[in-house]
Design a protein around this ligand. Structure first.
Ligand SMILES: CC(C)(COP(=O)(O)OP(=O)(O)OC[C@H]1O[C@@H](n2cnc3c(N)ncnc32)[C@H](O)[C@@H]1OP(=O)(O)O)[C@@H](O)C(=O)NCCC(=O)NCCS
Length: 182
């Protein structure tokens, strides 16, 4: 039986993936994927170590952000139930018609093209369905995998934001990518 979503969100289907809203019972599936040093070190805000209750605390923040229209987050699943990661449109700004794309895939699922497939569907949704003008994404310069994902979905490298983010006490250069509606 499919569990109940905690916020309304269009389901996006790709050849291999179902992107859907998170449900309460996903918390137990998030924890083993998110509690990973290698994953956390390349993400701006994933805590490490990741405690089991952090998954539910994070899920509980999402309905208000959806309600406000500032963030859309999809669970990346193989078959609706098997969680492989998460992808979101953050800081949705209707006035300036842009949003930031962010994503992670659990380490056991890396290298299968899942991030590329999910990111492509979400960017298409942002540009075609939400009719936003621009989608951008940033990755730490030390994380070229993410740059490959962004290139493969047609984003352009716009430059390097030097020492833009302090991760675990160390400044990180961030590579900025973007794609426009036309
Ligand atoms: C980055 C991440 C999302 C990629 O997920 P994924 O599903 O494995 O990605 P894909 O399989 O779609 O594509 C990965 C690409 O990176 C390439 N790659 C792997 N290691 C690489 C490296 N060291 N340098 C450059 N490219 C690399 C792969 O070969 C592949 O490209 P290809 O298809 O041209 O061969 C995943 O590793 C992750 O969640 N990392 C931690 C969190 C993170 O970085 N999130 C993004 C923050 S902006």
């Amino acid at each position: 039986m499919e569990s109940t979503s905690i916020y309304p969100l269009l389901v996006l289907r790709t050849p291999r993936l179902v992107l859907r809203a998170f449900a309460t019972d996903d918390a137990a599936k998030i924890y083993p994927l998110a509690n990973d040093h290698e994953l956390a070190q390349n993400l701006a805000s994933l805590p490490h170590p990741y405690l089991p209750e952090m998954a539910m605390e994070w899920l509980e923040t999402l309905p208000a952000l959806h309600e406000a229209g500032t963030r859309h987050v999809w669970a990346i699943t193989l078959d609706y139930t098997t969680l492989v990661g998460a992808i979101g449109l953050h800081d949705i700004d209707r006035e300036h018609s842009n949003t930031e794309l962010g994503y992670w895939i659990g380490k056991g699922f890396w290298g299968h093209g899942y991030a590329t497939e999910a990111a492509s569907a979400v960017v298409r949704y942002a540009l075609d369905d939400m009719t936003l003008e621009r989608v951008y994404a940033k990755h730490f310069a030390r994380n070229p995998q993410s740059g490959r994902v962004l290139e493969k979905i047609g984003m352009q490298r716009e430059g390097v934001m030097r020492r833009h983010f302090r991760k675990w006490g160390e400044f990180q250069d961030c590579v900025l990518y973007g794609i426009l509606r036309d």
